[in-house]
Design a protein around this ligand. Structure first.
Ligand code: ZN
Length: 106
């Protein structure tokens, strides 16, 4: 059994639309990510930094997925303008959530 790397796992979570960003405002990010069965709450807080409710103590694929869509990486800024800026409707400060279909998939 080969272990999938965090990077490839995180990228897969994105392509499979397992990540739901629920709230973005300044340095605060809240999201949920569906792992292999469970849905984990992850995000960033100015005081505690990046966090995830999954059992992994260090970097996990959920945070990798979240960071790759929310963190402005040096190498990503030149790719396109839309990737380096948060859409205006995410910065209004009000919470919004996408309907989730937890457990409806095999
Ligand atoms: Zn995690």
């Amino acid at each position: 059994m080969t272990r999938e790397s965090i990077a490839s796992k995180g990228t897969r979570y994105l392509t499979e639309a397992r990540l739901t960003v629920q709230y973005v405002s300044g340095d605060t990010v809240r999201a949920t990510c569906r792992g292999s069965g469970d849905v984990y709450r992850c995000g960033h807080d100015p005081r505690r930094g990046w966090y995830c409710s999954c059992p992994a103590t260090r970097d996990c694929a959920h945070l990798y997925a979240l960071q790759s869509v929310t963190v402005r990486r040096a190498e990503a800024t030149e790719i396109s303008g839309k990737a380096s800026r948060i859409p205006p409707d995410l910065i209004r400060g009000e919470e919004w959530a996408c309907p989730q279909t937890v457990g409806s998939e095999p």
